[in-house]
Structures are given as structure tokens and as C-alpha cells.
Design a protein around this ligand. Structure first.
Ligand code: SAM
Length: 323
């Protein structure tokens, strides 16, 4: 099992499969995806070696992310590689639901077990103001289809934004009243490219947490291999509410995640100041060598991110690496 010098164990890999994104979320890529050089994402063979190595080293959950993962034509094969790896118990994906209703049956057949869809507002006008798109209907249809297809876990993600959705709690709550999905609010994180936006739009999740607790929502115990969200349930609601509060005290103490970029760079932290190129091992299909390397480098993981010191490390925006 990969373990760092603070005794944190890493059983969860977030794997970006492309940096390319087709949305223009104003907190992430307000001008859309730009590239100076041709992207050169990991091939299926490289992904196979990566997944086998992480699985041998104790990974039990893989989240496929991006950029926008549904833009990769071989997405179902990537899901299959993860699902066919015996130690991997959960294959999750975070997506903006682009053309998802077409792809989802094939992805579930390939072994996808959990789905997170970004839905920053349930109001079509506000949604398009945030994302530059008009695709709420595809999101709603994808959620219904995911439930119909029997996906174990379906979650929605909204980044909390002062001017846009901070007053929409009631509509989010109405939505989950009779749907078994978890709506998760992510505190906006400051990245290299969004300083002014962050200053204008950041809202603490603590205010929302207090309101939920006043209204009878109860903190739930953490599930195995769970991510960073704290989850709340209420007897009158089928769905749950999650809060991801990266600025909260001790947020990093329970970190169980490592990240690999679309081009095969290991990031020990979403906001780290360095990354580590795994491609030499991946290209040589060197599972044992890579496993030994991971065991060493993970010892260098920081105790916590430096967001409180306004240091986002290498991360200009989250599409570079996946949220
Ligand atoms: N394209 C996919 C999607 O839209 O879900 C996956 C990639 S996106 C970078 C993953 C998640 O990161 C999304 O839920 C997005 O809202 C979130 N995100 C992006 N930038 C963020 C920021 N600065 N602070 C908090 N969350 C952010």
C-alpha cells in the first residue's frame, strides 16, 4: 500500500485522460481550452501499465476525469481497462455530461460504477452564464438514465459561487427530494488563473453547513474509499448533500488521493509545486520499477496544500489535472 510520511494511505487514483475541455466554465476555462502544442495523452497501453501498477500498490478506486473525459473516443476501453483490473473495486468518472446519454450504456457495460456530473446551477440561464453552454436537459436525462441503468453512485457537483448559485439551495434541495443522488457543493478554489474571480465569488461552505444542520440535516459516516466530501442526510429527502471544503481545518489530514495528468505526470497534491513524469516506466511497461518509484516519491507528499498562503502551485486551472 502506498503510504506517505504522515501515515496517510493512498487507495484512490484520479486519472485525467485528456486536458481538452469543450465547456467555458468561468471559474476554470473562461476563454475555453487553449493549447500551444499538440496534446499527447497516455495511450491505452500506457494506461494499462499505470492502472496495473497502482492496483498492485493498493489503489482500489479510480476516478476518470479531465478536461472532459467524454471527448476521448476510447473512453469505454479506458473504463474497461480499469474495471478488468482485479483489485479495482470502483470505477468512477467526473464529467460535464457532454453527449452522455449516448455513451452511458456502453460505459456501464464496460464497468463504470459511479458517476459525478457537474451541474453548477439548475436554472438554465444561470447554468449558461457559468458554463457557456445550454445543456441542462442532457444533464437531467443523463441522471435519469444512470439511475435506470443501476449505477450504484450518482452525484452532482456544483461549485459554490456567490453571485450565481449561492442562493439556489432550495432548488437543489427540491431536486434531490425524491431522487437518490448526492448533490455536492464544492468551495471555489483559487488557482493560478482565477485570482480576481476567486476574490469576487468565493463563499465558505461552513455557512451552508450551519444552515443544513439548523434544518435537521445529519452528518453521515464516511464510506470506504470516499473522497473529501462531508455528507448529510435528512429523513424527508431521498438524496443527500455533500460539502467539499478545501479551506477547512485539517482538510488534508484524511487525504487518500493521488493524481496522474493526461500526459502521465504524477501530482502528489492538486496544488503541488512539482510533478513527476511516469512515462519512462509506462512506455517500458515496467510495473515493478514504477511501483518502487511510487513508494519512494509518495514520501515527499506535503502535509497540506498551501491555498491559505495563496499558493496554488503549478495549477493554473483544474482542467489541467481534473478536479
Ligand atoms: N469536465 C469535467 C467536469 O466538468 O466535471 C471534469 C473536469 S472538472 C475540472 C472537475 C470538477 O472540478 C468539476 O466539478 C468542476 O466544477 C470543478 N472545478 C473546476 N475548477 C474549480 C475550482 N477553481 N474550484 C473548485 N472546483 C472546480
Amino acid at each position: 500500500m502506498l503510504k506517505d510520511s504522515y501515515n496517510r494511505r493512498f487507495d484512490y487514483l484520479r486519472l485525467s485522460i485528456t486536458e481538452v475541455c469543450n465547456f467555458k466554465c468561468n471559474y476554470c476555462l473562461p476563454d475555453g481550452y487553449q493549447c500551444d502544442t499538440r496534446p499527447h495523452p497516455l495511450s491505452l497501453d500506457e494506461i494499462q501499465t499505470l492502472v496495473s501498477t497502482f492496483a498492485n500498490a493498493g489503489t482500489r478506486k479510480i476516478r476518470i476525469t479531465g478536461g472532459e473525459p467524454t471527448l476521448r473516443k476510447d473512453l469505454a476501453q479506458i473504463v474497461q481497462i480499469c474495471a478488468d483490473t482485479p483489485q479495482i473495486e470502483t470505477v468512477a468518472m467526473t464529467t460535464n455530461a457532454y453527449r452522455l446519454t449516448k455513451q452511458l450504456p456502453q460505459l456501464v457495460d464496460a464497468g463504470l460504477t459511479a458517476l459525478n456530473i457537474s451541474a453548477d446551477s439548475l436554472n438554465p440561464y444561470t447554468f449558461s452564464q457559468i458554463t457557456g453552454r445550454d445543456s441542462l436537459d442532457e444533464i437531467f436525462a443523463s441522471i435519469d438514465l444512470a439511475l435506470e441503468l443501476g449505477l450504484k453512485t450518482v452525484k452532482l457537483n456544483a461549485v459554490l459561487l456567490k453571485q450565481y448559485n449561492a442562493r439556489e439551495l432550495n432548488s437543489f434541495l427540491n431536486f434531490i427530494q425524491d431522487k437518490p443522488v448526492s448533490f455536492r457543493f464544492i468551495e471555489l478554489m483559487r488557482t493560478g488563473d482565477n485570482h480576481a474571480y476567486f476574490d469576487a465569488q468565493h463563499v465558505s461552505g461552513m455557512e451552508l453547513q450551519s444552515q443544513l444542520m439548523r434544518d435537521g440535516w445529519q452528518l453521515q459516516p464516511k464510506a470506504e474509499y470516499a473522497g473529501p466530501a462531508v455528507e448529510f442526510a435528512h429523513p424527508d429527502y431521498l438524496g443527500k448533500i455533500g460539502l467539499i471544503m478545501p479551506y477547512a481545518k485539517d482538510f488534508c489530514a484524511s487525504c487518500n488521493r493521488l493524481r496522474v495528468s493526461a500526459e502521465g505526470k504524477l501530482h502528489l497534491c492538486l496544488f503541488g509545486e512539482a510533478n513527476d513524469d511516469l512515462r519512462p516506466w509506462l512506455q517500458n511497461q515496467d510495473v515493478d520499477g514504477l511501483q518502487q518509484h511510487l513508494q519512494q516519491v509518495v514520501l515527499g507528499k506535503w502535509k497540506g496544500h498551501q491555498l491559505h498562503q495563496q499558493n496554488s502551485g503549478l495549477t493554473k486551472q483544474l482542467a489541467m489535472l481534473g478536479g
